[in-house]
Structure formats: C-alpha cells, structure tokens
Design a protein around this ligand. Structure first.
Ligand code: UGA
Ligand code: MN
Length: 288
C-alpha cells in the first residue's frame, strides 16, 4: 500500500539521519582511536626552595605555589629552616595540587657565622634527597632549579630549562644593583657576564639565573653548597662541579630576555598592640 511505502521511506530517511548524526557526534572518539595524540617528553623540573618563618612567609609561598601550579611535570622540594616542620608550611603544601617533598633543616649559625648566606644547609639536604630519589626511579632525567621563595618567576623560565643539556643560563632582573644581571653571548657562547656586584666571582650570576641537568648530581655526588666560601659565592660554588663558562648554554633567546626577577618582599612593620591607645581585637588565633 502507498501509505505503508511512504512510512517505510520516512523510516529509512530517519535512520539515515540518525546514523549520520551518530558518526558526526562520535568523530572526536574516532579521531583519538586512529590518530593518537603524541605527548612530547617533558623533563621533570625539581625546584628547590629553602624557606623560613616570618610574617610574609605564607604570602610569599602562596604566590610561588600558585605560579608552580601552572608548570607541568614539576616537583617542589621545600626545606624549612627550622628544627621541626611547621603546620603553616605543612598545610599550605597539603592544600596545593603540587607534587612536593617537605623537608626541614635548621641553619647552623655557630660554625662560620661571619659568612652570610641563606639556604646552604637546606639546599644540601634537598640535594641528598634528590640523589636518593633519582637512584630509586628509572627515569633520571630532569632539571634542578634553586628557587628563592620571594622571587618572581615567569612560566617562560620553566620552558627554557627543559632544553638544558648540562647547565643553562639566562638573565635575572633587578639584582646585584642592576636592572638586569646577565651572561653575555658571542656567537652562541657565553663570552662574559654583565655584573657589577663582585664581578670577580667565578660565575657572577644569581641563583635564579641557571638550572642544572638533574642526572649530573648523580655523576657528581660530591657537589654541594659550602659555608666556607665568601658571601655571594654560593652560585659559583655549585656551578664549578658541572660546567665552565664556555660550556654554559645560553637560553632565553640568547640571554636577551628577562623571565625571572629577584624581587624581595619588604619586611612589614606591625605596631605593638600594647602601645596603642585603642588596642585592636586580638587576632593571634588566625594564621597570616
Ligand atoms: C640572594 C640569592 O638570590 C639567594 O639565592 C641566596 O641564598 C642569598 O642571596 C644568600 O646567599 O644569602 P636574597 O634575596 O638576599 O637572595 O635571600 P633570601 O631570599 O632572603 O634567602 C634565600 C632563600 O633562603 C629564600 O628562599 C629564603 O626563604 C631562605 N632563607 C633565608 C632561609 O631558609 N633561612 C634564612 O634565615 C633566610
Ligand atoms: Mn630573596
């Protein structure tokens, strides 16, 4: 009957539309199946950050941790300059989605107190931890970056350090009395350094201005920071184990870009509540 025929035709057209729509909607799934996305290899960045208790610590660590949340394949090693781990740092780390290792080591002031240098003992125990960690995992590749907790890091600096073969270097903004302290590059090689503060340092660059291939720390188990060198020589002290000026790899567009700034958080002055005529409501129970 013609009536039935028409119904069958409608049914066939309807089924055809359904099949076309089904395939159209499923395209991404099919694409995934036939052309799998190739994720390029990303070396892990091990960021080593000493930190100490002061009024601006949580603010500095919050800012830094929120930058680090945007960095892929990042492992944060945070070392408190204290005899025990504090709740403030422990909770801050727990609340981040970051991969982290929390350590503590109090600075030994007594021995070489005339030499002012922060982070020496803390960075050294972080390097010990890192060696043990790399020994235990099959993929030992990565980059090690020594990060102050109060610097400002562009995401671009992390992209640069993934290119490192041995030791990569780049300029640092607002440091050593200069707008920019930086390596000088001639024909793709480091030919010198533009630095005015202690320019006689073997490597006159700041801690934020270089990163080192992680595997090299296994090849050089003796490499560490030292309290026996004069102030400002910590960078040179660690770099001497791994590289020479000529071997350093200039990054950040041949050292023409600033992707990290040696910012320093101002020490706040808080009025003594006992000396105020109208003392504020006590707030000691609230973490700041
Ligand atoms: C400069 C360099 O950028 C640092 O890498 C170097 O450690 C430092 O000098 C030094 O040799 O003393 P600067 O801004 O003067 O940086 O130092 P801070 O930012 O005050 O300290 C460097 C790191 O060590 C920070 O992450 C800080 O939290 C930590 N620190 C500082 C401690 O763990 N204990 C302290 O008593 C002081
Ligand atoms: Mn600093």
């Amino acid at each position: 009957m013609p009536f039935v025929n028409i119904k069958k035709q409608y049914l066939a057209i309807g089924m055809l539309i359904f099949v076309v729509l089904f395939f159209f909607n499923s395209r991404p799934a099919f694409q995934c199946q036939f052309t799998p996305e190739v994720t390029p290899y990303l070396p892990t960045i091990y960021g080593i950050t000493p930190t100490y208790a002061r009024l601006t610590q949580k603010a500095d660590l919050t800012r830094l941790s929120q930058t680090l949340m945007l960095v892929k394949n990042f492992h944060w090693i945070v070392i408190e300059d204290s005899d025990t781990k504090t709740k403030l740092v422990e909770n801050l780390l727990k609340e981040t989605p970051l991969k982290y290792t929390h350590l503590n080591m109090k600075t030994q002031k007594s021995k070489h107190s005339s030499v002012s240098a922060s982070g020496v003992e803390q960075r050294n125990i972080a390097l010990n931890w890192l060696r043990g960690h790399l020994d235990a995992i099959p993929d030992k590749r990565g980059a090690v970056y020594f990060m102050d907790d109060d610097n400002t890091y562009s995401l671009k600096v992390f992209e640069e350090m993934r290119k490192i073969q041995k030791v990569g270097v780049w300029p640092v903004g607002i440091v050593g009395g200069m707008r920019i302290e930086m390596p000088l590059v001639t024909n793709g090689k480091i030919s010198g350094f533009n630095a005015v503060w202690k320019p006689f340092r073997p490597f006159p660059i700041d801690m934020a201005g270089f990163a080192i291939n992680a595997t090299l720390f296994l090849i050089h188990p003796e490499a560490k920071f030292s309290r026996k060198v004069q102030s400002g020589f910590q960078e040179s002290e660690i770099l001497k184990y791994f590289t020479t000026k000529n071997e350093m790899e200039p990054l950040a567009e041949n050292c023409t870009k600033v992707y990290v700034w040696h910012t320093r958080t101002q020490k706040p002055s808080i009025l003594n509540p006992k000396k105020l005529k109208h003392p504020p409501i006590p707030d000691g129970h609230i973490e700041v």
